[in-house]
Write a protein that binds this ligand. Structure first.
Ligand code: ATP
Ligand code: MG
Length: 182
């Protein structure tokens, strides 16, 4: 069970006019398994919140806290946040010829675990996740389809639960919380 807690969050963004306040006292708690839809008018700060959680350098927290399982997210670097499961999903991923989603994900998994999963097991896992989502497993060779983005998310979640039962290294890792923004 993981929990992301945002308390009294105030954020400014650097503009040509200097630091401009955007978020003024956001409170939000997200527990494992919950899906939160953040709604608001254009320019109200939804993306600002997502960028701030992910650690975008243009956004400065002037007050408040963000913690993940009690750990201070604001003192973590962007890559540390990503490894903990806090990252922005790519809504419009850049297609890189020759880089398949399968390999992209395997590389990420290797970075998390410190060792590469066997290709055989990996291919099986990706296929299973895609089948569970009723997606055409053939689409995993594409890098920019909506289907592949969904597959990526599913695969990350399934790793998390498998990790929990396998190694102490993985067991401390929370379920990824991904956000998508535009
Ligand atoms: N990098 C930036 N540089 C300058 N101003 C910014 C930046 N990011 C956000 N802002 C300003 O902060 C305010 C909130 O913008 P933000 O993009 O967070 O809103 P949003 O709720 O995501 O809007 P939308 O629904 O259009 O996606 C806007 O006034 C925007 O102009
Ligand atoms: Mg936005």
């Amino acid at each position: 069970m993981s929990v992301l807690e945002i308390r009294d969050l105030h954020v400014t963004v650097e503009t040509d006019q200097g630091a401009t306040p955007i978020l003024n006292g956001i409170d939000l708690t997200i527990n494992t398994g919950e899906t939160h839809a953040i709604m608001g008018p254009n320019g109200s700060g939804k993306s600002t919140l997502a960028y701030t959680i992910a650690g975008h350098p243009k956004y400065t927290v002037t007050q408040g806290t963000i913690t993940f399982d009690g750990e201070d997210v604001l003192s973590m670097t962007v890559d540390e946040r990503a490894r903990a499961g806090l990252f922005l999903a790519m809504q419009y991923p850049v297609e890189i010829p020759g880089v398949t989603v399968t390999n992209f994900l395997r590389t990420a998994k290797t970075a998390l675990d410190g060792e590469a999963p066997s290709i055989r097991q990996w291919t099986k896992d990706v296929k299973t996740s895609m089948t569970n989502l009723r997606m055409d497993p053939g689409s995993r060779s594409a890098t920019s389809t909506r289907a592949s983005r969904v597959a990526r998310r599913s695969v990350m979640r399934s790793f998390s639960s498998r990790c929990s039962s396998r190694s102490s290294r993985c067991s401390t890792r929370p379920t990824p919380v991904s956000t998508s923004t535009r």
